[in-house]
Design a protein around this ligand. Structure first.
Ligand SMILES: [Zn+2]
Ligand SMILES: [Zn+2]
Length: 298
């Protein structure tokens, strides 16, 4: 009988700009070292929770991403000293590999590239490609499940809106739930991702309790969650971002050819180059988006 393997891909936001702000702030809150320690503790708990659990960790900063675990090259160099530490061998290997790769990743971060947002979308697409490969390699009769957990610290960058939403729709299509945990202000994009893929979204009220929240909500999969008391679902902010300024908008114009969204009346669609007659009346739709189809002249 084949057992079903449960894969979890954890995407960790390692943006240095978020943590540099924390150093200057006077409030006693979680620091970067504690944050990393908590994530490693959660990953260890996930592996120890079930023999069929498998883990992948992807780190992302403001301008790059990195596979922190698994790393076959690094793993082969580590000799577990199980007898000395009395630690489960796999946990020892995970700790060391993640520690080494994290150190390398953080040391190589280029500070001159200033960008406040993190490459969450890039990490998400890498996670989906990796999962797709695992799905392809699944043997007949195996019923493996996959899940993505995004631990985000930075606020949304609406520049990533289109790519992020495309990745979310892909995730929904291949039936991979996205869970989201954010330490900053509420993230509209992450909320939409979790809602569309039936994952759990949580804005951590107190970062000092991050480990407790992670263990409570994200250790278990969909089946076990039915038995848990989960946080009350809040109304999801489904506002899209305009393609011209990458701002979240309540009312906008939609290109009838390629469905690009614009915050203002435009004569040409910048995506598909369709030209519009700006003098014709536009039609408002029930969701607040204005349909510009009547204004398209060719
Ligand atoms: Zn705009
Ligand atoms: Zn268009």
């Amino acid at each position: 009988m084949s057992s079903s393997i449960k894969h979890l891909v954890v995407i960790i936001d390692l943006n240095p700009f978020y943590w540099s702000d924390k150093i200057s702030s006077t409030t006693t809150t979680l620091n970067f070292k504690q944050y990393l320690k908590i994530i490693i503790q959660f990953c260890n708990a996930y592996i120890a929770f079930d023999i069929n659990h498998r883990l992948t960790i992807i780190g992302c900063s403001n301008n790059e991403t990195c596979f922190l675990y698994p790393d076959p090259t690094n793993e082969s160099l580590i000799i577990p000293t199980v007898t000395k530490t009395n630690l489960f061998e796999q946990l020892f290997v995970i700790d060391r590999v993640v520690e080494n790769n994290l150190k390398e990743f953080i040391e190589n971060l280029s500070p001159q590239h200033i960008s406040s947002g993190s490459m969450i979308t890039m990490a998400l697409t890498q996670a989906l490609c990796y999962i797709n490969r695992l799905i392809r390699d699944t043997l007949p009769g195996e019923k493996n499940s996959f899940r993505i957990l995004i631990i985000q610290t930075t606020t949304d960058t609406s520049k990533q809106y289109m790519n992020f939403m495309n990745a979310v729709f892909t995730s929904e299509k291949i039936n991979v739930p996205i869970d989201g945990c954010i330490l900053n202000n509420d993230s509209s994009l992450l909320q939409q991702a979790c809602d569309l893929t039936s994952g759990i979204y949580l804005r951590v009220p107190d970062p000092n309790g991050l480990l407790q929240y992670l263990l409570w909500l994200y250790l278990t999969d969909k089946e076990v969650r039915k038995m848990l008391a989960l946080p009350t679902k809040v109304a999801v902010d489904y506002r899209p971002a305009c393609f011209c300024h990458h701002k979240l908008i309540d009312t906008g114009y939609v290109c009838s050819v390629c469905l690009s969204i614009y915050c203002d009346n435009t004569s040409t669609c910048s995506t598909c180059r369709s030209a519009f007659d700006i003098n014709n009346q536009s039609i408002s739709t029930s969701n607040g988006i204005t349909d510009s189809s009547r204004r398209q002249i060719r």
